[in-house]
Design a binder for this molecule. Structure first.
Ligand SMILES: O=C(O)C[C@H]1C=CC(=O)O1
Ligand SMILES: [Mn+2]
Length: 385
């Protein structure tokens, strides 16, 4: 049996191409936690754990993800057969509660390693393989300025890069937010789909008004308008409005997916590998959605190239993906950390085809942006390095 002989985790900070304004934080850079595993045959697996806006989006921060892996997951991983990904994650789950982003990073690295060992893409190890080779990909307009957002939409439409737009709202008064969205929808017209993400920032009463006005403005989808735990309000809003409500922050794996599907809390799920706790649980979330008649959208935590490729492998296996994906994370960053960037063309992202994730890191770029580049730490498994 091969064993893991090296586990290296580090944070890479990359500036964004412009401020990304969300209800809970304005991003000027993205902090990506990379996990690199090496097994006793010298095969490497890479994973990514990424959140948004430090601790403002969810319970895990970049620093916390690294700590959870180094201190609590690595000692368990050392005892696992890296080719048995499900068994390894089950063992980790017995001693580490929650920490879905850290688990996603580790599971991604294990799947990359297993895929390379078997000579197959990660999609083949999930749900029977890819059934599509490219994915529709949305862009988020979130510069904080309506005119700048319209300019950006015009540019990416002209480049044939995106024709689905997600607008981040919830920071201002409901009517001011709706006026901003309506102006963008008027400019885009029938050339694209306009959707909004409120990131939990409305009360139920605000959401009731907001969804009505957004529907009148021609918006196609309203993402997580109210608090993630308020399934009852989500169900009432879903039943009342024609514009579909999409669950995002409310979904932290298969149990949430079942609860929300069962209570009619959302007509669409934003499936995220990070929030779900990995690629395999994300696939389970999608399966529950499909069984419950809930539509699917491939979500992102604004990951870099590694997490984006991992997500693409899962979404490529889904029989129906009616709402497309938002796997544009690498395009929001000033630099790519992959040796060969992912391919975006004709409103789609191509799913990588090589063994494992089908990607490689640009070692120089990664070394340059490493937060700890003056004092790197490497966890070498005792007696095995
Ligand atoms: O969906 C979120 O809440 C997070 C994320 C996805 C796209 C984007 O701009 O932010
Ligand atoms: Mn969202």
């Amino acid at each position: 049996m091969a064993t893991i002989v090296e586990i290296d985790t580090y944070i890479v900070d990359i500036p964004t191409i412009r401020p990304h304004v969300l209800a809970m934080a304005t991003m000027h850079h993205q902090s990506i936690v990379l996990v690199r595993l090496r097994d006793s045959d010298g095969i490497e697996g890479i994973g990514e754990g990424t959140t948004i806006g430090g601790l403002s989006y969810g319970e895990e921060s970049p620093e916390g993800i690294k700590l959870a892996i180094d201190t609590y997951i690595a000692p368990v991983l050392e005892t696992c057969d890296p080719s048995q990904v499900g068994a390894a994650m089950a063992k980790i789950g017995k001693s580490v509660f929650g920490n879905h982003l850290a688990k996603c990073a580790v599971e991604t690295a294990l799947l990359d390693l297993a895929g390379k060992r078997l000579g197959v893409p990660v999609s083949t190890l999930i749900g029977g393989g890819a059934i599509r080779d490219r994915l529709p990909v949305a862009w988020t307009l979130a510069s904080g300025d309506t005119a700048r957002d319209i300019e950006e939409a015009e540019r990416v439409l002209a480049e044939r890069r995106h024709n689905i737009f997600k607008l981040k709202i919830g920071k201002r008064d409901v009517r001011a937010d709706v006026a901003h969205v309506a102006a963008i929808k008027r400019a885009v017209g029938d050339r694209g789909s306009v959707r909004v993400d409120v990131n939990q920032n409305w009360s139920e009463a605000q959401a009731d008004l907001g969804m009505k006005l957004l529907e009148e403005a021609g918006v196609d989808l309203v993402e997580q308008p109210v608090a993630r735990h308020d399934h009852a309000a989500m169900a009432r809003l879903s039943a009342k409005h024609v514009v579909p409500l999409m669950a995002d922050e409310a979904l932290h794996g298969p149990a949430d997916a079942f609860a929300i599907a069962a209570c009619g809390g959302a007509r669409v799920f934003a499936v995220k590998i990070a929030q779900s706790g990995g690629l395999l649980p994300a696939h389970a979330v999608a399966t529950i959605a499909q069984a419950g008649g809930v539509g699917l959208y491939g979500g992102t935590m604004l990951e870099g190239g590694v997490g984006t490729a991992a997500s693409a492998h899962v979404f490529a296996t889904l029989p129906s993906l009616a709402w497309g994906t938002e796997l544009f994370g690498p395009l929001l960053l000033t630099e790519d950390i992959l040796a060969e960037p992912l391919r975006y063309a004709d409103f789609h992202l191509s799913v990588p085809t090589g063994p494992g994730l089908g990607i490689a890191l640009d070692e120089d770029r990664v070394a340059f942006h490493r937060r700890d580049r003056r004092s790197p730490t490497l966890h070498v498994v005792a007696g095995r390095g």
